[in-house]
Each structure stands twice: as C-alpha cells, then as structure tokens.
Design a protein around this ligand. Structure first.
Ligand SMILES: *Cc1c(COP(=O)(O)O)cnc(C)c1O
Length: 366
C-alpha cells in the first residue's frame, strides 16, 4: 500500500495554499525582464521595508553579543509589543508570521472530532489550520461577501472550539464595525476560542480603529493577532504575534517551536514597531493608491468590493482569461477562485506608476 495513504485522511483532504506568483517565476515563464514586471498579488508593502528595520537587520547579522551564530532571544520584541498594547509579557506570543500564531491556536484548541467556524470567502489559512489539526471546517454564509455574525453564530455546533474572524477580511476587504465585532464575540460561547485576525488593522481609517486588545479583559477566550507582513513591510522576514490571556498564551507557547523567529526577524520587527514616519507614509501611499485604483476600475465599468485593506477585489466576466492577459503584460494579480469567487480578481495597492501600469494592462485585457 502506498505510503501516501498512511497520512490521516484529513491531511490528504487539504488543498495546498496557492501563493501569489513570484516575479522570478513569471520572468522564467514568459521571458519578461524582472524589472518590467509589476507584482500586485500578495498585499506586500510597495514602499519596501522600514529603513530603520533594514538598519537593525544589518546590525543583527553581527549582533552585539554575537550575531547569527547565536540562538535568538525573543525578550526585547515581546517586551515592546506588550508595552505597546498595555499588557503583560506573558500575554504575548510571537509567530513566524501571524500564520504561525493561527496554527498554534488551531493545535491548542482543535483536534479530530472538533470543528471551527469561519465565514465563506474568509482568509485561506483558516481552513488550512483547521484541517491540519484534524478538525472539521464550517464555512458560514457570507453577507455581501463579508462576515455575517448571525450566520456564524448559527453555525457554531457543540463540537466547535474555534471561531476565526478576519477584520478587515482578505481577500474581500470587508470590514465589520468594531461595535458589531464586540457584540458578536460577546455572543460566542465562552468555551470557544475566538481568533480575531487583524492583519490589516493599520490600514483602517482612524475612526474605524478600536483597542480590541482591551476586550481580552472581558473575553478570556479572545486571541487577537497582528502581523509585520503588511504595513510594516516585513513579509519576507516572517513576524506576527498574538495577544490573549496569560493562561491561553501559555498553552500556545507549549506547542510553539522554541526558536520560531530568527534573529534578523526579531531585530527588524523591533525597529519597525517604532518607525512611525514609515508607517504614516505607507498609510498615505495606500490611501491615495486605493483612490487611484478604485477610480480606474469605475472608469472601466467594473464592480469592486469596497476595501479597508491594502488591496481591492473586483469582478470581471472571465477572471481566468483576464488574469492570463495581465500576466502576458507583466502584471501579477491574484485570482481568487479558491475562495469561491471565480469571477473576481484581487489587486494589491501599489505605487502610483504600478497602479497605472495595472489599470492600462487591465483596460487591454477586458
Ligand atoms: C496576510 C494575512 C495574514 C498575515 O500573514 P503572515 O503570516 O503574518 O505573513 C494574516 N491574516 C490575513 C487575513 C492576511 O491577509
């Protein structure tokens, strides 16, 4: 019998994650020079990384009391994040990307015979993390492509142990007002862990933001996750974190690899956390780029889903064909058929020239 059949059925049932196409891959496939390719497929920061983070990473190569030859020490980054949120250091867990934290939560609270609830069209990692832990996925119906708290509450079963919430959500960009999220969490049974994934929170308009970490006082089952991959511009370093009750974070730490973040990632994230100038510049670049792309989509007569992130999802008649034509012109966006949206494409907000390149190529692809 094949060794493949020895893997548990729930592992064999997983559909692999499909990442945005790397620039180098398109260059190989189409013979397009790398510098003629625009990648707007993975919600990366078009401004690059914070200059302060870059300097810190360079310094960390050599280090103060040793560099890369030493095992990493998470203390400083945990302390800085705890201070930022006004929580104790025992309430913070670091992840190799926030994806890692999502996986830790799944491994702690899920198992075969249990289930997790998320919204239809929600982030692809929720089913991956759920299935990796052997648990069953329950995708609740969406409302206008966004989370519908009533539908998600109705989907919770006696065996449900995790509810995944993305706010704003990827790939739809939908945002649920904070008061609604809070009321929603208040209705989730206390024995169900709630993971509130706020990867795009720094792109929210100031009026839409809330101190969700403060809600942990009221909801012992809440874990809030954040990432350095988006506005902080450190997607390739892989840093994210979760905040929750100390006793919950203690559980996550038990299943965490002891050295899950490398020295360069720890140093870069620590420096990025305080680079307010870079964050403000990134926010403003995204705001104006969003206006530019939304106006362009409207000019082309295309429907889009209003987005609160650094990307926007729009509808076309034949997403596969349009995507193919964009690729031939050196433009990489993200098809999201795997999210149950076969007629939509998601484009990340880029720099002004990149957005223009995308819109011109899109006009020729329709
Ligand atoms: C990008 C993203 C993340 C962050 O992933 P990292 O592992 O931190 O790079 C988490 N959640 C959502 C919804 C995302 O879109």
């Amino acid at each position: 019998m094949s060794i493949v059949l020895q893997a548990p059925p729930y592992v064999r049932a997983i559909s692999p994650y499909i990442p945005g196409k790397p620039i180098t891959e398109l260059a190989r496939q189409m013979g397009i020079p790398v510098d003629k390719i625009v990648k707007l497929a993975s919600n990366e920061n078009p401004l690059g990384m914070s200059p302060k983070a870059r300097k810190a990473v360079e310094v960390a190569l050599i280090g103060v009391n040793g560099g890369i030859e030493r095992y990493p020490d998470q203390f400083d980054l945990i302390a800085a994040i705890a201070e930022r949120h006004g929580v104790s250091q025992e309430q913070v867990v670091l992840g190799n990307g926030s994806n890692d934290v999502l996986d830790l939560a799944a491994r702690v609270f899920l198992a075969p015979g249990r289930s997790a609830v998320f919204s239809k069209h929600a982030f692809a990692v929720y089913p991956l993390a759920t299935m990796s832990a052997g648990a069953e996925c329950i995708a609740a119906p969406a409302k206008n492509y966004g989370h519908d708290p009533a539908a998600m509450l109705a989907a919770i079963r006696p065996d449900t142990h995790v509810v995944w919430i993305a706010n704003p959500n990827n790939p739809t960009g939908n945002f649920l007002p904070q008061a609604e999220v809070r009321a929603f969490i208040g209705k989730i049974p206390a024995h169900v862990a709630v993971v509130l994934d706020e990867a795009y929170t720094d792109y929210l308009a100031p009026a839409d933001r809330a101190d969700t970490v403060a809600w942990i006082k009221d909801f012992p089952n809440l874990i809030v996750t954040r990432t350095f991959s988006k506005i902080y511009g450190l997607a390739g370093l892989r840093v994210g974190y979760g905040v929750g009750r100390a006793e919950v974070i203690d559980l996550l730490n038990r299943v965490r690899q002891p050295f899950n973040l490398n020295n360069l990632a720890l140093a870069g994230a620590l420096a990025a956390l305080d680079d307010h100038e870079f964050l403000a510049r990134s926010y403003e670049s995204n705001r104006s780029g969003m206006e530019q792309i939304v106006a362009g989509l409207k000019r082309l007569g295309l429907e889009h889903i209003p987005s609160h992130g650094n990307f926007v999802t729009f509808e076309v008649a034949d997403a596969g064909a349009v995507n193919g034509k964009l690729l031939k012109q050196g433009v990489i966006v993200r098809p999201i058929g795997g999210y149950g949206m076969p007629n939509h494409l998601r484009v990340t907000i880029g720099l002004e020239a990149e957005n223009r390149h995308f819109l011109e190529a899109l006009a020729k692809s329709l």
